[in-house]
Design a protein around this ligand. Structure first.
Ligand code: F6P
Length: 549
């Protein structure tokens, strides 16, 4: 039983019904499903906002989807969803509300945390960000020597890096091309070195992004960035013109030496991996401008409202979450590929890795008991045709079941030359051809009909039945990006709710942080670290020798 008196997930009748259904279905062939239902190609599609979502190429029947929806209802997905939108403290292990949806709520919305409407605070910070972004973009905000800011370097890691870095890349066509915007995350000094080596410190603004302002990588890089700046400008006062902070922790920001007047605030009810539409998006807002940023927020909000209100049968994040449960819990899939056919989405899957894997990489349920079911998948993938010439072979003919999302756009970005825009049809021809080949493969008879010698027939046969979701939009705009991200946020939510895990904490990341701090003196000073295991001790000794210490 769960704490609320409910039966544990794998013992529920709905779970058992799905297991039975899977056994009865036996081998599902997409060719058969399409032959039995000529309307499947149009019938198994949904729309949300600007997104056309085709789920026809999945190893499911109407009955599968019905049983999955019953599982969602029985596991309280909708109740938890409503509690999240209401601002209840559904992140129980950290005793926090989960309100990234408030970050994109309209000005007149009312969302309360502990009796206080948080929406006015959200818009006050957005307005401050817009004012600052406009001043940087117009040249009104200058550096210490009076020079115009031409470079923006975001220093952050995890959610304080991946979101803005991904979105900056995605929306490059909407950015001010006069500005150089870079992202530094790795504590490897090479990252900051490469990001700053060709920049003029007098023209560079550092945006230090850290929810906690205690993350060692970010604080270390920010300290080195300050040293780099002061070496060139020689005056401590320069920090005020060249450093701003994005954080929930004013005390630490002040302690670091950044004037809190130059701090853009957010709140503990915004999870790091759900934060790039908060103040954490400042570097993005400087790049694309406040209006585009607001369009992106509207895109998020549109999908929030869809998730909150659409019936289960047409609720896209619900469907995506349920399909993942089907493959992960009933069909033995271990991973999920996200394959955008857009160069601009080159960082999208990396962003989703944190969103999904940090949220649902859990092995105890909300009550702290080991789960008896699989939880979050390994999320992976890279853009479009590049993957085709690398790892798609394994998806097509390997032994693993890998459900995949294909994301594509009907139009290339407007600024491409006619010649380059013409390449778009070839890109998208690949997009459609891949999902077709993955679904329907090539039978031995089709291979033989091409005159292939018998001994090569097994090698050239494609089984097919590799499930994919196709997400298609007219073009990649700020709003569409917001819609896509919100879709995945809520998909992750649905799965965490069904698995009865806390998708909003990340205790697993803490151990590595603590151990790194403990091991460092062994590397630098050869200090004896109590409790170091034999393998790590030997590795540290080898490192010190190679390092010449
Ligand atoms: O990797 C753990 C983590 O806590 C993430 O959840 C977070 O996004 C990242 O570190 C950065 O944290 P902060 O924004 O506090 O520097």
């Amino acid at each position: 039983m769960n704490a609320d008196g409910r039966t544990r997930l794998h013992q529920t009748p709905e779970w058992k019904a799905l297991a039975k259904h899977r056994d009865e279905l036996g081998e599902v062939r997409l060719r058969d499903l399409f032959a039995a239902d000529p309307g499947r190609g149009t019938g198994c599609t949904l729309r949300v906002g600007d997104l056309y979502v085709d789920h026809s190429k999945h190893l499911v029947t109407d009955e599968t989807l019905r049983l999955l929806r019953e599982l969602a209802a029985a596991t309280g997905v909708f109740g938890l969803r409503d509690a999240m939108f209401r601002g209840e403290r559904i992140n129980t292990t950290e005793d926090r509300a989960v309100l990234h949806t408030a970050l994109r709520a309209p000005r007149d919305a009312v969302i309360e945390v502990d009796g206080e409407n948080v929406v006015p605070k959200v818009h006050a910070v957005l307005d401050e960000m817009a004012d600052f972004a406009d001043r940087v973009r117009s040249g009104e905000w200058t550096g210490h020597t009076g020079k115009r800011i031409r470079n923006v370097v975001n220093v952050g890691i995890g959610g304080s890096d991946l979101g803005p870095a991904m979105a900056y890349e995605a929306l490059r066509a909407f950015t001010d091309r006069e500005l150089t915007v870079r992202f530094v995350s790795n504590v490897d000094g090479a990252d900051l070195h490469e990001a700053t080596r060709d920049l003029d410190p007098a023209e560079t603004l550092f945006v230090i992004a850290s929810k906690t302002f205690t993350t060692i990588e970010t604080v270390t890089n920010a300290t080195s960035a300050r040293t780099w700046l002061l070496k060139a400008l020689g005056d401590e006062k320069a920090v005020a013109r060249h450093f701003v902070a994005l954080s929930t922790n004013a005390e630490k920001v002040a302690g670091f030496g950044i004037d809190t007047a130059n701090m853009f605030e957010f709140w503990d009810w915004v999870g790091g991996r759900y934060s790039y539409d908060s103040a954490i998006g400042l570097s993005l807002m400087i790049a694309i401008g406040p209006d585009r940023f607001r369009e992106m927020l509207d895109g998020f909000h549109l999908v929030d409202e869809h998730f909150r209100t659409a019936p289960a049968e047409s609720n896209v994040p619900l469907l995506m979450g349920l399909l993942g449960v089907w493959y992960g819990n009933f069909m033995g899939a271990q991973s999920h590929a996200v394959l955008p056919y857009s160069h601009y989405l080159s960082k999208f899957t990396a962003y989703l890795q944190q969103l999904d894997m940090e949220s649902n990489g859990k092995s105890v349920d909300r009550e702290g008991r080991p789960v008896a079911w699989q939880t979050g998948p390994v999320v992976w993938g890279t853009p479009g045709t590049n993957g085709q010439h690398a790892y798609y072979q394994l998806i097509h003919q390997g032994t693993k079941l890998i459900p995949a999302d294909f994301i594509g756009f009907a139009r290339p970005v407007a600024e491409l030359s006619d010649e380059l825009a013409a390449q778009h049809d070839l890109l998208m021809a690949n997009f459609f051809a891949q999902t077709q080949a993955l679904a329907f493969g090539k039978t031995p008879d089709e291979v033989r009909a091409e005159g292939v010698p018998e001994e090569l027939v097994p090698h050239k046969t494609f089984r097919g039945d590799h499930p994919t979701t196709t997400i298609l939009a007219r073009e990649l705009t700020p709003s569409v990006l917001g819609q896509l991200v919100a879709l995945y946020e809520h998909k992750v939510f649905v799965q965490g709710a069904i698995w009865n895990i806390d998708s909003f904490d990340q205790w697993g990341v803490e151990l590595g942080k603590v151990l790194a701090k403990r091991v460092e003196p062994a590397l630098t000073e050869g200090a004896e670290v109590p409790g170091l295991d034999a393998s790590t001790k030997a590795l540290v000794a080898a490192y010190r020798e190679l390092r010449g210490r």
